[in-house]
Design a protein around this ligand. Structure first.
Ligand SMILES: [Zn+2]
Length: 263
């Protein structure tokens, strides 16, 4: 096995007192070796194929040696969680996924806003009083089919958006595992990586479909709500034209019940 003196002039090595830091020549893992804590000798904690021995201090004529194996590190001893993914590779995938997740968050926000808006419209915007019934409630029969469609679509959009967020994150975790297995390259990793890739592709495809379904739902819901509003405006307009501005006069002073002009 090759052996050389640790050289602090190299960017991947340092030696201070009886403490040495090196980058493992086999697996590129950084580790430190202390004359005190490690009794002057330590193997690479990641792959175990390199070893540093330090005796005495740097300024006091001590020695620090790095020994490593030319053979590939024993990959199966390298935990998958410790397999490092090169910088700015997975991060790019994460960035792209985040854009899609932000889009589905926005759809979810709009869908919930739509649901709350319909509730507000029916209950709080025009509450019925003793004198007259709510105009919206009095005309609900004419626009309720639009509202049902809008409510259903907004509910579906919220469900699709949430499902998209789950499958997108799940797909990403399969993607990371696939990358790590491909990088580690142990004999059994190749077939496992294939399985992970299949699972990832399935989830990402499903996520894409769910995002499309969520966008379609919110579009349909918004369309139905807008049509409902148009219909409501038309009904109210017709009402005014026929000279009956109050849709339900409510109970009359003499105690007889009022009649609604519509429905
Ligand atoms: Zn190593």
């Amino acid at each position: 096995m090759p052996v050389r003196t640790v050289d602090p002039a190299r960017p991947e090595e340092d030696w201070e007192g009886n403490n040495v830091a090196v980058v493992c020549p086999s697996c590129r893992w950084v580790y430190i070796v202390s004359g005190l804590i490690h009794q002057g000798e330590r193997s690479c904690p990641s792959c175990g194929t390199s070893r540093v021995r330090v005796t005495g201090g740097r300024e006091s004529g001590g020695r620090a040696e790095l020994e490593w194996s030319e053979q590939q590190p024993s990959v199966s001893s390298n935990s998958l969680g410790l397999t490092q993914v090169p910088e700015r590779t997975f991060q790019h995938d994460l960035d792209v996924s985040e854009r899609y997740q932000n889009f589905s968050s926005e759809l979810l926000r709009l869908a919930l806003l739509g649901l709350a808006g319909i509730g507000y419209l029916l209950v709080s915007l025009d509450p019925p009083t003793d004198k007259k019934a709510s105009i919206i409630l009095a005309h609900l029969k004419e626009i309720d089919s639009y509202l049902y469609v809008a409510l259903f679509c907004f509910g579906a959009c919220a469900a699709f958006s949430l499902a998209h967020r789950y499958f997108s994150a799940d797909g990403l975790s399969y993607h990371l595992e696939y990358l790590r297995l491909s990088l580690r390259g142990a004999p059994e990793d190749s077939s496992r990586a294939k399985d992970e890739r299949k699972s990832r592709n399935r989830r990402l495809k499903l996520g894409g479909f769910l995002l499309f379904a969520a966008a379609l739902s919110i579009g349909l819901g918004a369309g139905a709500l807008a049509s409902g509003f148009c219909k409501a405006v038309k009904v109210l307009g017709d009402n005014y034209k026929s000279g009956n501005s109050s849709p339900n006069p409510g109970p009359q002073p003499d105690g007889t019940a009022g009649t609604a002009p519509h429905g």
